[in-house]
Design a protein around this ligand. Structure first.
Ligand SMILES: NC(=O)c1ccc[n+]([C@@H]2O[C@H](COP(=O)([O-])OP(=O)(O)OC[C@H]3O[C@@H](n4cnc5c(N)ncnc54)[C@H](OP(=O)(O)O)[C@@H]3O)[C@@H](O)[C@H]2O)c1
Length: 241
């Protein structure tokens, strides 16, 4: 069955891998802020799918709820929603400003709440839907210096468990993949080389995850055969706990 997939964070490292993994699976709405990047990825969708799938781009700052609500008023009825948008916030708790805390929760949590509110009636009438988050190991184990980020991912985990329960038996599944550290800009751009190296040394697998590995697991969650799997936070941390 051809699906319409709404992918936030498409312009990111994990998002790009998801575009390649899912391009043949259905039409896509690609969200991000970098328009040039999104346009290039829309071309990838058409190329990888051999023209079978189309992509539209959605340039949006997810912390801007005014323009987000405006866009959602005409959101096409996607049956797969993958929330891979996210930004880190490296700051000790007492230096975490309220405006930054709020913006982070809008990007990670509130935007997803608004999108799901919009898509769910359609998924329910179709008796099929997939809601998938990219969470983080940090929500489970805690992250000193990243309290807001870990708290936002913790909220996502509780949302996934609760909504998964609430929707079980409806044909709609709600799950999260929770990586430890993935080789994307989020790690490369924000971590100094020595901090990155000491992170790698803590990972039993001895390396960061590749974005394609995360995308592969998410593809399984999208497939019809994963119907019994719901309300789960699936860790993917190379053995780090
Ligand atoms: N990399 C890791 O180690 C790791 C580990 C665990 C979980 N995660 C999670 O995985 C997801 C994807 O991260 P990534 O590693 O692919 O990072 P990334 O390469 O930095 O990509 C982040 C994506 O989120 C989008 N984004 C960030 N802030 C946004 C905002 N305010 N409004 C709209 N879009 C925004 C970016 O859009 P633009 O680039 O267009 O601005 C980009 O598409 C995130 O939820 C992250 O928390 C990552």
């Amino acid at each position: 069955m051809q699906q319409l997939i709404l992918l936030t964070g498409a312009s990111g490292g994990i998002g790009e891998a998801l575009v390649e993994e899912l391009a043949g699976y259905g039409d896509m709405i690609l969200q991000g802020r970098n328009i040039a990047r999104l346009e290039a990825l829309a071309a990838v969708v058409e190329k990888v799918s051999g023209g079978a799938s189309r992509a539209q781009i959605w340039a949006q700052d997810l912390a801007d709820l005014v323009t987000l609500r405006r866009y959602l008023s005409s959101l096409p009825p996607a049956s797969v929603f993958i929330h891979a948008a996210g930004q880190p916030l490296y700051a000790p708790f007492l230096k975490t400003e309220e405006k930054d805390w709020d913006a982070l929760f809008k990007v990670h949590v509130k935007s997803a709440y608004l999108i799901i509110q919009k898509l769910l009636p359609h998924m329910l009438s179709r008796r099929y839907g997939r809601i998938i988050f990219v969470s983080s190991l940090w929500a489970q184990v805690g992250a000193a210096g990243e309290v807001a980020y870990a708290a936002a991912k913790g909220a996502i985990n509780a949302l996934v468990r609760s909504l998964g329960q609430e929707l079980s038996g409806t044909g709609i599944t709600v799950n999260a993949v929770a990586p430890g550290a993935v080789a994307t800009r989020m790690v490369d751009h924000y971590l100094e080389a020595d901090a990155r190296q000491s992170l790698v040394e803590k990972i039993p697998a001895g390396r960061l995850a590749q974005p394609s590995e995360v995308a592969h697991l998410i593809r399984f969650l999208v497939e019809q055969s994963s119907d019994y799997l719901t309300g789960e936070i699936i860790g993917m941390s190379g053995g780090l706990h």
